[in-house]
Design a binder for this molecule. Structure first.
Ligand SMILES: [Zn+2]
Length: 389
């Protein structure tokens, strides 16, 4: 939640959201257009293509929820005069992602920090909009807010088009969270106090950008997407009998960019230091600042018989490889296996960058020529970039 901006905000980022990829439609069109004697071969090719299609690399749960959000983007009709979903901050010369979802280095502390949302840079009192049509779920008013570090907070609840299975649970709802608001729209405050479940349309004014809850931090919107429950795993663990804990017990925050149509991948990954039993290795990952879509890295070592002898996974949305039961555990990387070492990212940065460190102890004994090593970087939409050596 905490972000320290550079003194002179200058990022001006367009959010060019490319059309969703209809890869499967292309395959179907292709198959339909050929003559019958070729169909068998093409069907086989199609099956093979699907098997190696990037989206399949996500776990079953992630494929389900990714499809659910893609369907939300495609299927839900926007109310007249609104765009669904809508970028939650009014366009301004400083409207940009200045802190990505997942691991980061906090500028103010220089420390490794696991960020459960994205920070959107904006000047004080910029309009904040509902990103998606739904209903007003919670209002927390600063300074009496019980929401830790959130300041003025608005939470909206939204319904999936159809229930989605994620982490073995059947989910009906997802939530969007808007934090550090300088003020909250009085209509929302009145409705929440009166107990009326207010319907909110994508694009409705929720409040104004500020920095409440974080007095020493520059103005920005901390924006989150949570699936199934609006309570963090940390809260669920501490309050197991709360209504938002029962039946969940996972950390529900996912990359909020899942709400928006998938842009073309801008991710690159390069081996910058080859790991040996004497030296830690390093793979450098970079993506444009408007497309902070990093979700997962998989590292594996195979022997001469192509058998995997060692592997490791880090997945932001599912928290694979992370301990999310407490903020302090989540903010402490496990350096006995490959781990992220992010570079500073703020509103002046043109790209989000992180190194993945492969500890020498992890690769020791497996750095000979008979072994092959692959580190695969994957974004929230399943686009994969492999690095092999
Ligand atoms: Zn934040």
């Amino acid at each position: 939640m905490v972000v320290q901006r550079s003194p002179k905000p200058l990022a001006w980022v367009r959010f060019l959201l490319a059309l969703p990829k209809h890869r499967y439609l292309l395959y179907i069109r292709y198959i339909m257009s050929v003559r019958s004697k070729l169909k068998l071969i093409l069907v086989f090719s199609f099956v093979l293509s699907v098997m190696i299609s990037p989206a399949q690399a996500l776990t079953t749960s992630e494929v389900a929820i990714t499809t659910a959000f893609q369907n939300i983007q495609k299927v839900i009709a926007a109310p007249a005069g609104y765009v669904t979903p809508k970028w939650p901050v009014a366009a301004s010369s400083t409207s940009a992602i200045e802190s990505a979802f997942g691991v980061r280095i906090q500028n103010s502390t220089g420390k490794y920090d696991w960020h459960r949302g994205i920070d959107i840079d904006a000047v004080l009192n910029t309009d904040v909009y509902a990103a998606e049509t739904g209903e007003l779920w919670k209002v927390y008013q600063y300074p009496n807010s019980t929401y830790p570090d959130g300041g003025n907070v608005v939470i909206l609840r939204h319904k999936f088009g159809s229930p989605v299975v994620y982490n073995g649970k059947t989910l009906t709802y997802y939530y969007t969270l808007y934090m550090h608001l300088n003020s909250i729209n009085q209509t929302l405050i009145n409705a929440f106090k009166s107990g009326v479940l207010l319907n909110v349309k994508a694009g409705d004014l929720l409040g104004k950008v500020g920095h409440t809850g974080e007095p020493n931090i520059a103005d920005h919107l901390h924006f989150e997407l949570r699936v199934g429950t609006y309570c963090t795993l940390e809260f669920q663990v501490a309050n197991p009998n709360s209504s938002c804990s029962k039946g969940y017990m996972y950390d529900p925050a996912m990359n909020p960019l899942l709400l928006f149509a998938p842009p073309a991948s801008s991710t690159t990954a390069v081996l910058s230091t080859k790991p040996t039993s004497l030296v830690d290795g390093k793979v450098h990952i970079s993506m444009s600042d408007a497309q902070t879509l990093l979700n997962r890295v998989e590292f594996s070592i195979t022997n001469a018989s192509n058998v995997v002898v060692k592997s490791s996974v880090l997945d932001f949305d599912e928290r694979t490889g992370f301990n999310a039961t407490s903020t302090s555990a989540l903010d402490t990387p496990d350096k006995t296996k490959p781990y992220f070492s992010p570079l500073i990212f703020n509103d002046a940065s043109l790209s989000y960058q992180t190194d993945v460190i492969i500890p020498k102890a992890f690769i020791s004994g497996y750095d000979g020529v008979s072994y092959k090593r692959t580190l695969t970087v994957e974004d929230i939409w399943g686009n994969r970039v492999p690095v092999k050596w």
